[in-house]
Design a protein around this ligand. Structure first.
Ligand code: GLN
Length: 384
């Protein structure tokens, strides 16, 4: 009988999605999956409506519409501090997950080793497994998740061809410092590694911290695929729009894969996103300030109810220590929290290969303030 492919062996629905279903069944408040159900900025929303009315609804080039790639090139120079040729070095993708999948399939082979820093975003791991790529892990220790050059070098073995760098990180919020990225550069150059970044949370950062794109460090640009996206910046997670920036040969290979897997990213939405990049600088700083307020609210609440928060430096997730629940596993802890408080989280085990995540859960605060306040009231009432 036809069945599942061998490639899928061991892969199941992610805990991130499983908790959304459990939350909906329980009628809870979903601080699990990073859904980001905030209003879409009118500039972007109206751009999509206009593009559909103007019938900009057919296929685009596999690498995306030219005006969006030009806006991205300007944005890279303005906000990331590096240049990219919009014609040959930028690929607009069906979400940043597609950019990541294209990088794996276009630039690596089955059996190649990929070094993943944990805690990791589980989709990085599972997308790699699906592509037949073999993961290696380097655990970064809470609360500062510092990256040590010696440990990094030791984690790279003869079969390791690439490294994933998620900054600001999902789930830890870690933002790699210049010194850490310089260490990555030394190791990557010496060991001839491809670097694949995930910078989707680049505009969400706290305490005046600077986002440093790995491609700006030393010689990394020539061996880096920089992956960024629009989902989080414009609260359009369901639009599926991301992009990758890479040297021409890599970008061409990724475009080929993007065409075969997806044809192109949604065309009218690409037009809308191009308009979004015209937002004034205050749009980006106001967004970060709003998230800072939400970070404080949720972290203070978690601390107050005995679920110690590991305060993130960026992104919109917080890992919380649930040891005080004395649950048998992180999954049990997350389920108990959902049952007892009506607030959903994601078990920490979703972000670790070993058992370091069993005493953690991840909460997401990309929520309207009133909903987040209600979630915090429920948590406080639970421990009152
Ligand atoms: N990036 C979001 C998260 O980590 C959503 C991912 C997803 O739904 N797979 O929760």
């Amino acid at each position: 009988m036809p069945g599942r492919s061998r490639r899928l062996a061991g892969l199941v629905q992610s805990d991130i999605r499983a908790m959304t279903r459990a939350c909906e069944a329980a009628g809870g408040i979903n601080l699990g999956q990073g859904i980001c159900d905030l209003p879409t900025p009118p500039l972007v929303r109206d751009g999509a409506i206009r593009a559909i009315q103007e019938r900009k609804s057919t296929y685009s080039y596999a690498e995306g519409i030219a005006p969006l790639r030009e806006k991205i090139a300007l944005k890279l120079a303005r906000d990331n501090g590096f240049e990219a040729d919009p014609v040959s070095e930028i690929v607009v993708t069906t979400g940043s997950a597609a950019a990541f999948a294209c990088a794996l399939h276009a630039l690596l082979d089955p059996g190649d080793g990929l070094l993943i820093l944990e805690p990791y975003y589980g989709y990085h791991l599972n997308a790699a497994l699906l592509a037949g790529i073999e993961p290696r892990f380097l655990t970064l220790e809470a609360p500062d998740f510092a990256l040590d050059e010696e440990a990094l070098g030791a984690a790279v073995d003869a079969g390791t061809r690439a490294l994933v760098l998620c900054t600001p990180s999902n789930p830890s919020g870690k933002m790699f410092t210049r010194a850490e990225l310089e260490a990555v550069e030394r190791v990557a150059v010496e060991r001839d590694l491809l670097v694949i970044t995930d910078e989707i949370y680049e505009y969400i950062r706290y305490d005046g911290r600077e986002h440093i794109s790995p491609a700006t460090i030393g010689k990394l640009r020539e061996r880096t695929v920089s992956i960024m996206g629009l989902s989080k910046t414009f609260s359009i997670t369901g639009w599926r729009l991301g992009y990758a920036v890479a040297p021409p040969e890599m970008a061409r290979a990724m475009t080929l894969v993007h065409d075969l897997f997806y044809i192109c990213a949604p065309t009218p939405l690409q037009h809308a996103a191009a308009a979004g990049f015209d937002a004034p600088p205050s749009f980006f700083t106001d967004m970060a300030a709003e998230y800072a307020q939400k970070r404080a609210l949720l972290c203070d609440t978690l601390d107050a109810v005995g679920l110690r928060a590991i305060r993130p430096q960026g992104a919109y997730y917080v890992l919380a220590d649930v040891s005080s629940l004395e649950a048998a596993s992180a999954k049990d802890a997350a389920m108990r929290l959902l049952e007892e408080t009506g607030v959903a989280s994601v078990p920490g085990s979703a972000f670790y290969s070993g058992d370091a995540g069993e005493s953690l859960v991840r909460f997401c605060y990309a929520k309207e303030l009133d909903e987040l306040e209600e979630a915090c009231r429920r948590l406080r009432a639970w421990r009152a």
